[in-house]
Write a protein that binds this ligand. Structure first.
Ligand code: PGA
Length: 253
């Protein structure tokens, strides 16, 4: 059975104390719940928060993720954080290919593939984000764009490597805009991605791959989106910053 996941992407938000409190509140909420074995909760705070948070959460309840890692292993790369450094902090997952990284930091397939390989070398799970812009959707190129984003990266992995990958479909026009993809639009793209995984690997791997939806997912729409056959949870931005909202999204899983 594939995993169902709610992952919070905090982006560049919260101070350290505030973030630690948020993580502790999520932890407290999860301690009061019994989630079925296939449901997992991930939080992805800024780099500076990872160490203090790693000391104050229960790893059996929350998976700790980073939002990025370097494409090289070590050396003269001022300002970068390596996969090895993350691993040493107790981080087990990393988000790669977020549209904000692609757009503002010019991360392309080649760079992302290097990051994916390094993350795998340090045994990190990967939340690999893909998504089309509004212009690409309106000109009916969205399937081609997603195909190109996965073909040039995660579909180049071997089967064993690919098992460490969670895919997140995040249409750029829905991120932080309040405009959510309809459950049907999400389902259609998730099904397409699963089909491509099947063509590239096999049916078993496709069925076992978790595909998350991201983009203005909130308590009011999470249940409907998650109810779709190929939607296995969400990557949550804004609504992951309040325990009340995040816990309601977890309830929807
Ligand atoms: P949002 O962000 O939920 O604030 O739209 C999602 C994301 O970018 O991961």
């Amino acid at each position: 059975m594939r995993k169902l996941i709610v992952a919070g992407n905090w982006k560049m938000n919260t101070g350290i104390e505030e973030g630690k409190k948020l993580a502790e509140d999520i932890n407290k909420y999860l301690l009061s719940k019994t989630l079925s074995e296939n449901k997992k909760i991930i939080i992805s705070p800024p780099f500076t928060h990872l160490y203090p948070i790693s000391k104050s959460i229960d790893f059996s309840k929350i998976i700790l993720s980073a939002q990025n890692c370097a494409s090289t292993e070590n050396g003269a790369f001022t300002g970068e954080i390596s996969a090895k450094m993350l691993k040493e902090l107790g981080v087990t997952t990393v988000i790669l290919g977020h549209s904000e990284r692609r757009a503002y930091f010019k991360e392309d397939n080649e760079t992302l593939f290097k990051k994916v390989k390094i993350a795998l070398k340090y045994n990190l799970d990967i939340i690999f984000c893909v998504g089309e812009s509004l212009e690409q959707r309106e000109s009916n190129k969205h399937f081609d764009v997603i195909k190109e984003q996965i073909s040039g990266t995660i579909l180049k992995l071997n089967k064993d490597e690919f098992k460490k990958v969670i895919v997140a479909y995040e249409p750029v026009w829905a991120i932080g805009t309040g405009k959510t993809a309809t459950p049907e639009q999400a389902q259609e793209m998730h099904q397409f991605i699963r089909e491509k995984i099947k063509e590239n690997f096999d049916e078993e791997i496709a069925n076992n791959t978790t595909i998350l939806y991201g983009g203005s997912c909130k308590p009011s729409n999470a249940k409907e989106i998650f109810s779709k056959k190929d939607v296995d949870g969400g990557l949550i931005g804004g609504a992951a910053l309040k325990v009340e909202d995040f816990s309601k999204i977890i309830e929807a899983l």
